[in-house]
Design a protein. Structure first.
Length: 278
């Protein structure tokens, strides 16, 4: 080796390439790191989403949302069915339904006004005790009419069912009674038998029995109530009158300004129930 090679600057030039090579080798990527950098963004997104990591709170919220959605779907389906039924109805049926709703609303409004009037009379009466006795007596009469223990009179209708073929059964007469009650009937009498809340009908030897009293055709109904509500309720399409006529029975319905229901029921003393004042 020459003296020039031993000089410091020459020795630095000779060692510099080796240091650069060592530095380059130390900065070379590790094989594992090169593999990671090769994963695409879509693959990392898939790895983050699957398999799903669901907490207990998230699961509960999902179940509640599912229940809410199911309930809303059922409600929407139900409303759709009702709307479809109304869309398929005839104009006369829709008018009748609206009239019945208006009549029931008016009856409820009248009842509300009557109760408010009673309250006002009690509050404003100088002798509240006497006014309370009067109202109690009036209420007793009203309850007696409903219970069938007192006679009643007022506007209403009569209905006669002539069953020459013997095809009318107890359930058909019961349907008529239920329809009349729904239309606002306040007192009903069938062939001399008063109909009350616990009245029952049954078939008996090709005739009908009302509360154990056998009655024969023709069946005569005397009903007290608003005639404008009672008669249409019987004549609705597919209602009482049409059903009886399909059984070859003849039905006659007439309005009257005065109907007298004078068949009475004996007041029955309850066996177990007693009045309770609090």
């Amino acid at each position: 080796m020459s003296h020039e090679d031993e000089r410091p600057e020459h020795r630095l030039r000779r060692e510099l390439p080796e240091e650069v090579a060592a530095s380059a080798s130390s900065e070379a990527p590790v094989p594992g790191e090169r593999a990671v950098s090769g994963v695409t963004g879509r693959q990392r997104l898939v790895q983050g989403l699957w398999p799903p990591r669901v907490s207990r709170a998230q699961l509960i919220v999902a179940v509640l949302l599912f229940g809410l959605g199911f309930g809303l779907a059922v409600q929407v389906a139900s409303n759709s069915n009702s709307d479809s039924a109304l869309r398929g109805a005839r104009q006369e049926d829709l008018v009748r339904i609206l009239d019945e709703l208006d009549d029931r609303t008016q009856r409820l409004e009248d009842e509300k006004q009557g109760l408010q009037k009673q309250r006002d009379e009690l509050e404003n009466s100088s002798d509240q005790a006497e006014e309370a006795r009067k109202q109690t007596a009036e209420k007793e009469k009203q309850l007696g009419i409903l219970a069938g223990t007192v006679a009643a009179q007022g506007p209403g209708i009569t209905m006669t069912i002539d069953d020459t073929k013997g095809t009318v059964e107890a359930d058909m007469l019961l349907d008529a009674i239920q329809e009349l009650r729904a239309a606002g009937a306040e007192a009903i009498q069938v062939n001399g038998v008063r109909v009350v809340a616990n009245t029952y009908l049954s078939d008996s030897d090709k005739s009908v029995s009302v509360d154990g009293n056998k009655i024969n055709a023709p069946y005569r109904f005397k009903v007290i109530g608003k005639p404008q509500d009672l008669e249409p309720a019987l004549n609705i399409p597919g209602g009482v009158v049409q059903t009886l006529e399909k059984e070859q029975a003849t039905v006659t319905v007439g309005r009257s300004a005065k109907i007298v229901v004078d068949a009475l029921r004996a007041a029955k003393q309850p066996d177990y129930a007693r009045s309770s004042s609090r």
